[in-house]
Structures are given as structure tokens and as C-alpha cells.
Design a protein around this ligand. Structure first.
Ligand code: NAP
Length: 259
């Protein structure tokens, strides 16, 4: 089976930023392969909305940290849609416990690195191989890849070092795939969210409320999944195709230095 519409894989698409991206792209005409980890109910809700937008949706449960799950995610897309036009590595976790750097455990380090870096790297590798094969058969196709990283790729938070390390590594992963695939006509981007209102930040919301009000974010507001989805959609449409390896920060000016 081959989809007549372009197909996007969004990892971690059941909630938060991934959900926002999946719904926005569905409204722009994309068929969606929606990966998630546990939350079948939330994934089904997103699927329903994608279908309401007039597009098709495949829900693909699987831990991106598991090689078997990664294989079955891509096989599922192969069987269901027969093509992959846009790969979005979004799934990610925060450490279960925010521990001081001197107390970081090997278990937490391994869990966060496996989900946020090792899994995304090897999933991207398999997706890139498939995209190259597609281009051999149909050279006019322009597949694209996007890695959702974080401002934590360059901001040191000593109470979640393993998260920062994972995002710094994912940032380099985007650079590496961009360099490797540029000559093959596959643009690769890093989209770097700032402080975004999702389940991930819900536990620390009141702390962030006051930091944002105090000027930590120059635009003085939380980001939303839609803010990130807008940046992703510009890449997805091909508006930035004579660029690759670029970082688009969606953080309300967080990275801006001023005096
Ligand atoms: N929120 C922020 O402020 C912020 C800022 C910068 C970067 N980010 C990054 O943006 C991405 C999305 O964050 P979010 O805030 O939207 O998080 P979220 O609300 O916690 O949602 C996480 C999503 O990832 C999925 N997921 C978790 N572990 C997975 C695994 N092992 N395999 C497959 N899917 C998995 C979850 O699936 P289930 O529903 O099944 O659990 C869910 O769909 C993450 O990479 C995060 O690091 C977030």
C-alpha cells in the first residue's frame, strides 16, 4: 500500500508538543504515523482528530529506546502507508527525579539517554536509510528530518544533568544527519523549544510562572505546542529547503543576550 499523501512520523505524538505537531500537520494535509509509549487513550484521541481533519492516522505503540520497537514502528509505516516523507524525533522524557548532579544515578542516566538520544539516533538512522532508498526510486521526492531538542542542549541545569546531556547529544545528532544527508537532498533541522506548557512542565509550572514573569523569557509568556508546530510546519512545507543543519529556537527569545 502506498499513501497518495505525504506521510509524517511523529514520535511521542500522543501528548504535548508531539500532539500539537501531529494535529497541525494533519490540518496541512499530512497523513500521520503517530508513535507513543503507554497512553493508548490519548493516542486514539489524536487519531480521531487527525481523521476529523480528513487525513489518515496510524497509531504505533513502542518505546523508542527499544530496537525491536523501533523496527516495528518503521515496519508499521511501511505496511500502512508505504512511504515516509518527514521524520520527527520528538519523544522524550525528563528524569523521574530531579537530583543534584552529584546524586545522579546510573539508572536515571541510562533511562534518559536511551529514550532521548540512543533511541532517536538509531531510529533516525533507519529512517534515513529508507528515505535514501525512496529517493533512488523517486528522485523528485524531498524527504526531511526534524529533531526536537531543547534549550537544555546549551543551558546547564545541575538538577537534571542527564536530560541536558541527552539534548546536547541530540543537537549534535541533527548536525551529523544534516551533514551526512545534505548531498542526497534531505534537509535536516533541529527545532529547539524553550519553556512549553505540557505535562512535562506541569510539575514545575508555578516555579516557571514566576521565572517567566521575572523576565527569563523575553517575550514574557509560556510557549505552546502550537508555537513549536508552526516552526515544524514551515520546514515540512519546504519553505526552508535551501537550508540544512540549522537550529530554530522556539523559546520566546530565551537565548537572546541583552544588557
Ligand atoms: N515541555 C517543554 O517545556 C519542553 C521544552 C523543550 C523540549 N521539550 C522536548 O519536547 C519533546 C516533547 O515534550 P513534551 O513536553 O511534549 O512531553 P510530554 O507532554 O511529557 O509528552 C511526551 C510524549 O512522548 C511520549 N514518550 C515518552 N517516552 C517515550 C518512549 N520511550 N517512546 C515513545 N514515546 C515516548 C509520550 O507517550 P505517552 O503518552 O504514551 O506517555 C508522549 O506522547 C521532548 O523530547 C522534550 O524533551 C519539551
Amino acid at each position: 500500500m502506498s499513501s497518495e499523501h505525504s506521510v509524517v512520523l511523529v514520535t511521542g505524538g500522543s501528548r504535548g508538543i508531539g500532539r500539537g505537531i501531529a494535529l497541525h500537520l494533519a490540518r496541512e494535509g499530512w497523513n500521520v504515523a503517530l508513535n507513543f509509549s503507554q497512553n493508548i487513550e490519548k493516542a486514539e484521541e489524536v487519531k480521531k482528530k487527525v481523521i476529523e481533519a480528513g487525513r489518515q492516522c496510524l497509531t504505533l505503540q513502542g518505546d523508542v529506546g527499544s530496537s525491536q520497537a523501533r523496527r516495528s514502528i518503521l515496519e508499521g509505516i511501511h505496511r500502512g502507508f508505504g512511504r515516509l516523507d518527514l521524520f520527527i524525533s520528538n519523544a522524550g522524557i525528563a528524569p523521574r527525579v530531579r537530583n543534584d548532579l552529584l546524586e545522579t544515578t546510573e539508572e536515571s542516566f541510562d533511562e534518559v539517554l536511551s529514550t532521548n538520544l540512543r533511541g532517536p539516533f538509531f531510529l533516525a538512522q533507519s529512517a534515513a536509510r529508507w528515505m535514501l532508498k525512496q529517493k533512488q526510486d523517486q528522485p523528485e521526492l524531498i524527504p526531511r528530518m526534524i529533531f526536537i531538542t531543547s534549550i537544555s542542549s546549551y543551558v546547564a541545569s545541575v538538577n537534571r544533568g542527564e536530560y541536558c546531556i541527552s539534548k546536547a547529544g541530540l543537537s549534535m545528532t541533527a548536525q551529523l544527519f544534516a551533514a551526512r544527508l545534505a548531498a542526497d537532498g534531505i534537509p535536516v533541522f533541529e527545532v529547539r523549544p524553550g519553556i512549553i506548557q505540557t505535562d512535562m512542565t506541569a510539575k514545575v509550572a508555578s516555579r516557571y510562572d514566576s521565572l517567566i514573569a521575572g523576565g527569563l523569557v523575553p517575550q514574557r509568556r509560556w510557549g505552546t505546542p502550537e508555537d513549536v508546530a508552526h516552526a515544524v510546519a514551515a520546514i515540512a512545507r519546504g519553505d526552508l529547503d535551501y537550508s540544512t543543519g540549522q537550529v530554530i529556537e522556539v523559546g520566546g527569545g530565551f537565548g537572546l543576550r541583552s544588557l
